[in-house]
Design a protein around this ligand. Structure first.
Ligand SMILES: Cc1cc2nc3c(=O)[nH]c(=O)nc-3n(C[C@H](O)[C@H](O)[C@H](O)COP(=O)(O)OP(=O)(O)OC[C@H]3O[C@@H](n4cnc5c(N)ncnc54)[C@H](O)[C@@H]3O)c2cc1C
Length: 876
């Protein structure tokens, strides 16, 4: 069995952290010899051995040399002892935490060399002068490099071809013991509350001034600091009656400490030593479900800024602690949910498992090569890329034939196309379809053009408007929308609440009275003027709150309550509830409301009453206008990208596997591409499926929990006599008992979608596991035609020239109450790899195509920014 020989600058019985977590787990597969820095002893040199964990042996050399650490003076005595560590003839894995021990590699015959870079040691106080040079040499020699957090990964990934980001994780079961708040740590038993605590090493990374100011700001707060004081002068530590130093604590005692704290602190100094740190304790604090306040450490602020209060300077830090202590039950519940999601997405077990897989999968090096290199003076300066036989980025089998591309983009919908447009030549866009455009594609059938569900162009964003110009030139026309609702046997304009005229008097009365009750049943004190108007630019008929100008900071818990508050019970009954139920396939009470803009607008009574007394006028103004390509359907907008894309576009290319750690995508046709960056626009649940077992079970579970609604389009091309205008409307909502919820009148989006004498339209039918399609195939088409006749849309004399179906399996993201947490879990896990998620289905958001264009741009910019940061680091 292969033994792992570890060289560490941290002693095993020092603070229990990354090396102990990982190696005690890897010890299930390999015997671990943990070689510590030598200790001075006047007697004959010897190797002291201890066994702190199963299959782990700690080896501490005792030598007569006074120089500390793996100092060059020690090497002569250490080498023979190291040579005898592994059983004779056995090849080992050499595993380094400190590059300073690199010369000792000559005493081993390693089959693999691993550098687990958990800190930027050169930035710490008084680093050994050879450290940087030895690290360069180690990076040249190592087969695998693990980086302990995103910042370290960024710093190392261009210095070695096989770097993997393994952020610190957490032993959840251990730290959740702190949830039993009755646990008592004897040293803090008599310290009153509120207690604000920190545990960890007190060294140059700790900010004593900040802690002093915190103690002064609130003498009634008790600051508990538990950890050894290292490298800094103890006199620098602030001394106050309300600061309590408990000294180093055993790992087993940490939950007891946490159980008695009210707030957890990370008062790190912002300096060179903390630039790359990824503090393990942040996840441990989260497992204990306690509010956390931290200074702006990059690897804390970036992944965890949504759960950890980030505060710069003493004043902000004090304020953040005050806020943490004042958290109400609801905020606390929200915080705990977010923390649980983060913690659920990671575990030391998984990290160790992935490392084990990588160790297993990486081909063994040829005998003696590493040792020769370690001894060679060039090793320190030769760039990794020039080393013959440098470790491949992925193991040989998995990467066989993988072509390298700077950026791979999965998906050629508007998001992917926009990303490709905003990136350079070294880009490969892959889409499984035979044409670009995703759901913004169109088809032609006997001279009729149909979209994949009705699509219109609408945006207030100047950049998007410019893109429309670039993509379509003058192949566009803009017109005022004619959006209508069919109910109670009459057409009324959309939005329903502003155009009740023509409905039966009883219905109007119920709608008006309901709106009055909704408004005046609400406390005036709650009214605010900052309602954020939500535009129904996707024309789904679900979010348009029209000109409502005031809002309650409502306590609405779900979409159903939102509907009752915004429109009142009459409008809810006659339109909003039945329509939304039909579209979303679930009761609106199962949905939350974040996607509606976060505010609850009050009914605009004037609009409602006026719209009930006289026919609503044609909508005017910029928001009433929409654009559509004159010819070619919505597809024309998508095709407009192609001449402008510098990279390669591959169609009919279905991605079936994604290996995030190896940076590889595999296609159904067997081809493989290795990327530096991946932009994914494919549906998030599908991406996680493509990752497979490499994703932890919590992530796969979260992905399975993401719900969506599908749409089936029944497209119909009519032959109409004597140029009959079937309708002058652009789309119509059907809240009642038709099989479809909307008809999109393709023939009026642009007349060029119709052949001469023909008129095309699309019946949109939503479905999901909670509302399956009642029929399929020809039966479904027949039912749609029958319903069109019943509502008078098709007349008996009209001929059906064309009838076909298009299916959109992922059409609408369902904003159920679990969505935010599930999305967060998936994103948090994927974040550690170079995968950028953009687009409606990848970000799992209610985006229209204009948002998609911007999302693609954002994705491209993120990749470019990362590259330029990497170049800067390389140049330094
Ligand atoms: C019913 C409906 C009506 C809409 N109406 C409007 C409207 O009126 N106006 C508007 O602006 N927007 C509208 N939208 C929204 C618009 O369609 C989306 O915002 C847009 O398509 C999202 O673009 P995307 O590129 O993010 O995703 P998509 O369009 O879904 O593109 C993703 C692409 O990824 C590809 N892909 C997925 N998996 C793989 C894989 N494994 N390998 C390779 N390729 C893969 C797919 O083939 C697809 O081409 C509507 C959407 C729907 C469903």
């Amino acid at each position: 069995m292969t033994t792992i020989v570890v060289f560490s600058h941290l002693r095993w019985d020092f603070v229990f952290q990354r090396p102990q977590h990982l190696l005690s787990r890897l010890a299930r597969h390999y015997p671990v010899l943990f070689v510590e820095e030598p200790e001075h002893d006047d007697g004959a040199p010897f190797m002291e051995r201890s066994h702190p964990a199963t299959n782990v042996t700690v080896c501490r050399a005792h030598t007569t040399i006074h120089a500390t650490g793996f100092h060059d003076d020690q090497l002569r005595l250490l080498q023979p002892m190291i040579a005898q560590l592994a059983p004779p003839g056995e090849r080992t894995v050499a595993w380094f935490y400190t590059p300073m021990a690199l010369p000792l590699l000559q005493s081993l015959q390693p089959s693999l060399v691993v550098y687990d870079c958990m800190d930027e040691l050169a930035s710490f106080k008084n680093p050994p002068k050879q450290l940087l040079q030895r690290e360069s040499a180690l990076l040249n020699i190592a087969d695998l490099v693990f980086a302990g957090g995103p910042s370290l990964y960024e710093a190392k990934k261009n210095r070695h071809p096989n770097v993997h980001c393994f952020s610190s994780s957490v032993d959840v079961v251990h730290f959740q013991q702190a949830l039993d708040r009755s646990r008592v740590h004897p040293q803090q038993r008599d310290i009153p509350h509120p207690r604000l605590g920190f545990y960890g090493v007190l060294d140059e990374r700790f900010d004593p001034e900040l802690v002093g100011e915190l103690a002064d700001a609130h003498p009634e707060w008790q600051l508990v600091l538990a950890g050894p004081v290292v490298k800094i002068d103890e006199a620098r530590l602030p001394r106050r009656a309300n600061i309590h130093y408990l000294g180093q604590q055993p790992y087993a005692a940490l939950p007891d400490l946490l159980a008695g704290w009210d707030v957890c602190l990370m008062p790190f100094a912002i300096n060179e030593a903390t630039r790359f740190i990824s503090p393990t304790k942040v996840l441990e604090y989260m497992a204990a479900q306690l509010p956390i306040v931290s200074t702006p450490i990059a690897d804390v602020a970036n992944p965890y800024g949504h759960v950890v209060a980030i505060a710069s300077g003493a004043r902000e830090f004090v304020a953040a602690c005050e806020a943490a202590l004042a958290l109400g039950p609801e905020q606390r519940a929200h915080m705990i949910a977010a923390m649980n999601a983060v913690v659920a997405a990671t575990s030391w077990d998984n990290t160790a498992r992935h490392m084990h897989e990588l160790l297993d999968a990486t081909p063994a090096r040829s005998e003696g090569r590493a040792a020769q290199r370690a001894a060679s003076p060039q090793a320190a300066v030769q760039p990794a890329s020039q080393l013959a036989g440098a470790a491949p980025k992925v193991n040989a089998l998995r990467s066989q034939g993988a072509r390298h591309v700077g950026t791979v983009i999965i998906g050629g919908g508007p998001t992917g196309l926009s990303a490709a447009y905003h990136l350079g030549a070294d880009t490969l866009l892959l889409d499984r379809n035979e044409t670009v455009g995703g759901w913004c594609r169109s088809i032609e059938d006997k001279g009729f053009t149909f979209d994949y569900a009705g699509h219109i162009m609408f945006s207030n964003d100047p950049y998007v408007l410019k893109m429309y110009e670039l993509l379509l030139g003058d192949n566009v026309h803009w017109q005022n929308r004619e959006a209508w609702v069919w109910s109670k046997g009459v057409y009324t304009r959309y939005p329903f609440q502003g155009a009740l005229y023509g409905l039966p008097p009883k219905v109007i009365t119920e709608c008006v009275m309901g709106a009055i009750e909704a408004r005046y049943g609400t406390s005036v004190a709650q009214v605010s003027n900052d309602a954020k108007a939500v535009e129904d630019c996707c024309a789904d008929g679900t979010t348009d709150v029209c000109n409502t100008d005031r809002a309650v900071r409502g306590e609405v818990k779900n979409f159903e309550q939102f509907i009752y508050k915004v429109w009142g019970k009459g409008i809810a009954k006659h339109f909003a509830i039945p329509y939304n139920r039909k579209l979303w396939t679930v009761p609106p009470s199962e949905m939350e409301t974040s996607w509606l803009g976060g505010r609850v607008p009050l009914p605009n009574l004037e609009e409602i009453v006026q719209g009930a007394l006289e026919p609503a006028p044609k909508p005017v103004g910029p928001n009433a206008r929409f654009g559509y390509p004159r010819k070619g359907g919505f597809q024309a907008l998508m095709n407009g990208f192609l001449p402008h894309i510098k990279g390669k576009v591959e169609l009919g290319a279905e991605v079936v596997q994604v290996l995030p750690r190896e940076h590889i995508v595999a296609l159904a046709d067997g081809r493989r591409f290795r990327y530096d960056d991946l932009i994914s626009t494919m549906p998030l649940p599908e991406l996680i499926k493509a990752v497979g077992d490499e994703a932890p079970e919590e992530v796969r579970r979260a992905a399975r929990g993401l719900r969506h609604v599908s749409v089936r389009c029944v497209n119909i091309g009519l032959g109409v006599d004597n140029g009959r205008l079937v309708t002058d409307k652009h789309w119509i909502y059907y809240p009642e008992n038709t099989i479809f919820h909307r008809i999109f009148v393709q023939g009026n989006a642009s007349p060029q979608c119709n052949p001469p004498g023909g008129f095309g339209f699309t019946c949109e039918i939503s479905y999901s596991p909670t509302k399956p399609l009642p029929f399929d195939g020809e039966e479904l088409i027949a039912r749609a035609i029958e319903d069109c006749r019943r509502v008078g849309f098709i007349l008996d004399r009209d001929r059906i020239l064309v009838a076909n179906q298009l299916d959109l399996p992922y059409a609408y993201v369902l904003y159920d109450h679990q969505r935010a947490r599930n999305v967060e879990t998936c994103k948090a896990w994927l974040k550690q790899f170079d995968i950028t998620l953009v687009g409606r289905y990848s970000e799992w958001e209610y985006y229209n195509s204009d948002h998609a264009l911007l999302a693609g741009k954002r994705g491209a910019e993120a990749v470019l920014a990362k590259r330029s940061r990497a170049q800067k680091v390389g140049a330094e």
